[in-house]
Design a protein around this ligand. Structure first.
Ligand SMILES: C[S@@+](CC[C@H](N)C(=O)[O-])C[C@H]1O[C@@H](n2cnc3c(N)ncnc32)[C@H](O)[C@@H]1O
Length: 258
């Protein structure tokens, strides 16, 4: 089976027209002039970036090195079509999901720039992405136009949670995600409105991260060790893990409604 939206390692920084006319095999094109505004399309900082040698390669390498990436410029590539791929990785928990049913719905709370929402859409989910920042729907829509243009369109909703309106978006949903957005009341009220056998994926900062870094500042935005398991009482917990991942100390949970 052909992987939908595969992960790539090679960054092509030529302008978009050059990349369209002569695509570099298994690369992702982000023109050098757009790099600064598209860093959310890059891998996490611990993953090295390989820049295809060519125009603006050394400027791009310098720019990315200054931001903290390890960068290599490489002439080892060939020109050929290879379809849409990505350098960014969505939250690892979403990659554990099986392909959804045709009409399966998901809600992504605190969706941010939309990477998880767009990834889920690329896999066939009908996603509602909720965030309180009014600029995120546009960013998410642009992200989808680049990475999942032929997939079900993510529906963006600007909502300051908690909000009574959330219930309208939760009905009929078989997947709820909360990644680095946490509010226990929002979690509990969302879970109450999910139907049977709905999946819930959460990654949230925990007290170890807070003690080390002082972040998140707000006590209600992180959990104590073991706390999420207690909060999720009544759900079927399929996976529960606490500790360091990608440089952050977090609590990660996959659960299912009974
Ligand atoms: C740290 S970002 C996480 C983004 C994304 N889920 C991820 O894992 O990369 C947290 C997101 O939650 C959103 N958020 C924070 N408070 C919120 C609230 N009260 N209602 C809705 N969204 C909120 C922020 O705007 C931000 O986009």
């Amino acid at each position: 089976m052909i992987e939908k939206l595969p992960l790539r390692r090679l960054l092509d920084v030529r302008d978009a027209e050059a990349a369209r006319i002569k695509p570099i095999f298994e690369s992702v094109n982000i023109p050098f002039s757009e790099l600064a505004s598209r860093t959310h399309e890059l891998p996490a900082k611990h993953v090295p970036i390989i820049v295809a040698s060519g125009p603006s390669d050394s400027e791009a390498a310098q720019f990315l090195t200054d931001l903290g990436w390890q960068v290599m410029v490489s002439p080892n590539y060939r020109f050929a079509e290879s379809g849409i791929g990505r350098l960014w990785e969505p939250n690892p928990l979403v990659e554990t999901l099986r392909s959804p049913r045709m009409d399966a719905k998901a809600v992504d709370l605190g969706a941010g720039t939309g990477r998880e929402s767009v990834y889920l859409a690329s896999q066939g989910w009908q996603v509602t992405a909720i965030d309180n920042l009014s600029e995120n729907p546009e960013r998410g829509t642009v992200l989808q136009s680049r990475y999942a243009p032929d997939s079900p369109l993510v529906k963006w909703v600007t909502l300051d949670l908690p909000s009574l309106e959330l219930v309208d978006h939760i009905a009929e949903v078989s997947l709820l995600t909360m990644f680095f957005y946490w509010d226990v009341d929002v979690f509990l009220s969302s879970v109450r409105h999910l139907h049977s056998q709905a999946m819930i994926l959460v990654e949230v900062f925990n007290e170890v991260h807070h003690d080390k870094t002082g972040k998140p500042k707000n006590e209600s935005a992180f959990v104590k060790l073991g706390e999420l398991k207690k909060i999720a009482n009544g759900l079927e917990i399929l996976h529960y893990e606490e500790g360091e991942l990608r440089g952050r100390n977090t609590t990660r949970m996959i659960a299912r409604t009974p």
